[in-house]
Design a protein around this ligand. Structure first.
Ligand SMILES: Cc1cc2nc3c(=O)[nH]c(=O)nc-3n(C[C@H](O)[C@H](O)[C@H](O)COP(=O)(O)OP(=O)(O)OC[C@H]3O[C@@H](n4cnc5c(N)ncnc54)[C@H](O)[C@@H]3O)c2cc1C
Length: 394
């Protein structure tokens, strides 16, 4: 048997897991999570087997606010919810205010009450009305603490604006949290400071493990105490988000990456697939060393670290140096002839098959689907022209 001493990644020093490696001290009154709930360490990742967090006679709230992106919350937002759920004691509920439509299973995230504002999302620039929505929500729920992921895509800014507007105490870029205090790095990480839990907590990424050993109630709360965005005058004119070609995006910032390894022999088809998908191109070191791709495309320990929502690895074995570069990717899909290649352990989905055949099939599928949707929209436009011959522009 191998010696199973766990190595702790120094960049993720504050992790809570169901198995007990945790650096968050749970709620002072025992926390619903330790004494009152019997959770099984096995099956802790399958919500079907998880118990519901016990809440008796709820008296308080923890409020988490976050933006969704295309109907989903990212890991960082899930970590903020997990922090709230782990700190909540048996009389505290966890409420989530989401800006944007949310399709995720909120109970599985540890949420007890969900307030969804589908008029917003991460692509909408509406800082004033978001602030007013958060203020209204906090006024209605009177939370003990408000938690947000400290990111640069809206939540970090919203948390700071909220704290400034209400005079609340705030800690930003929190890397450590327990039932009593938060910890942050100071002076360019040369010092570490702690303080009592403030009113507003902006969590750094990876301060908390998002997987919880319990689920929340997952109930919806009508947000009628929040005025709709359309009723609020905005001092800004939102010109929207300009979409650019994925090939122009730095690999570290790309949201969708197709990546080629030694198992990709038809590089031209692979590049065509990237183009029809609108995805950025990555590669393993072997594929770069072979001269198929330039060095700036290399993903891994000696290449780029990427954070895509979707990473498709064609013909990549999944050596540890490569996996290091994709550890923060959300959904990894592997296409490999060998179903037992190491990449399959990291992948959320593995297609056991030939890379070239899969690439050709995907190109065909995407082009067929695009052709069908173009035909449908042409038909719709022709119908509209028939109904309103003068009013429809060509
Ligand atoms: C110090 C150091 C740093 C390194 N840094 C990096 C790094 O930053 N990034 C990196 O990627 N590597 C790095 N490596 C190299 C790494 O160890 C691996 O050698 C490399 O990642 C392997 O690349 P690969 O998976 O493309 O090739 P291979 O290991 O050759 O694997 C090819 C895979 O493709 C599959 N396959 C073959 N034919 C097909 C087909 N027709 N269809 C589908 N699947 C097929 C095979 O089953 C296999 O799993 C580093 C190594 C060292 C020592």
């Amino acid at each position: 048997m191998t010696n199973a001493i766990k190595r702790i990644d120094p960049r993720r020093p504050f992790i809570v897991t169901a198995a007990g490696l945790r650096r968050i001290t749970l709620g002072e009154t025992g926390g619903a999570n330790t004494d009152e709930v019997q959770w099984s360490a096995h099956g802790a990742h399958g919500s079907a087997t998880k118990p519901r967090r016990t809440i008796s006679d709820p008296k308080q709230m923890m409020l988490v606010a976050a933006h969704t992106d295309r109907g989903a919350l990212d890991d960082h937002a899930c970590q903020a919810i997990a922090a709230a759920a782990l700190l909540a004691d048996a009389q505290t509920e966890v409420a989530l205010l989401v800006f944007g439509e949310l399709k995720d299973d909120t109970a599985a995230l540890g949420v007890d009450k969900l307030i969804e504002l589908p008029d917003y999302d991460r692509r909408t620039f509406a800082p004033e009305s978001e602030l007013r929505a958060l203020q209204a929500c906090a006024a209605a729920l009177a939370p003990r603490h408000v938690l947000l992921p400290d990111n640069a895509s809206g939540d970090g800014d919203l948390g700071r604006r909220y704290a400034a507007s209400t005079g609340a105490s705030v800690a930003t870029h929190v890397v450590e949290i327990d039932a009593k205090q938060v910890g942050v790095y100071e002076q360019a990480r040369r010092a570490f400071a702690t303080r009592a839990l403030p009113d507003v907590i902006l969590l750094a990424p990876n301060a908390v493990e998002a997987k919880l050993p319990f689920i929340g109630a997952g109930e919806r709360l009508a947000g009628d105490f929040i005025r709709p965005a359309s009723e609020l005058a905005q001092p800004y004119r939102d010109l929207g988000v300009e979409e650019i070609n994925a090939a122009q995006v730095a690999l570290e910032e790309a949201d969708f990456i197709v990546s080629a390894g030694n198992g990709v022999s038809d590089v031209a088809s692979f590049e065509q697939l990237a183009s029809v998908f609108g995805a950025a191109i990555g590669a393993s070191r072997v594929a770069v060393d072979n001269g198929h791709f330039t060095r700036d495309k290399q993903v891994g320990a000696t290449g780029k670290t990427v954070e895509a929502s979707v990473y498709i690895a064609f013909g990549i074995s999944g050596a540890v140096q490569h996996l290091q570069g994709i550890k923060d990717c959300r959904h990894v899909i592997a296409v490999n002839l060998d179903g037992s290649a190491p990449i399959a352990k990291r992948a959320n989905l593995t297609v056991v098959g030939d890379a070239q055949a899969t690439i050709a099939a995907l190109i065909e599928q995407v082009q067929t689907a695009r052709g069908a949707s173009r035909a449908t929209s042409n038909e719709t436009r022709a119908d509209a022209r028939e109904r309103h011959p003068a009013g429809v522009a060509a």
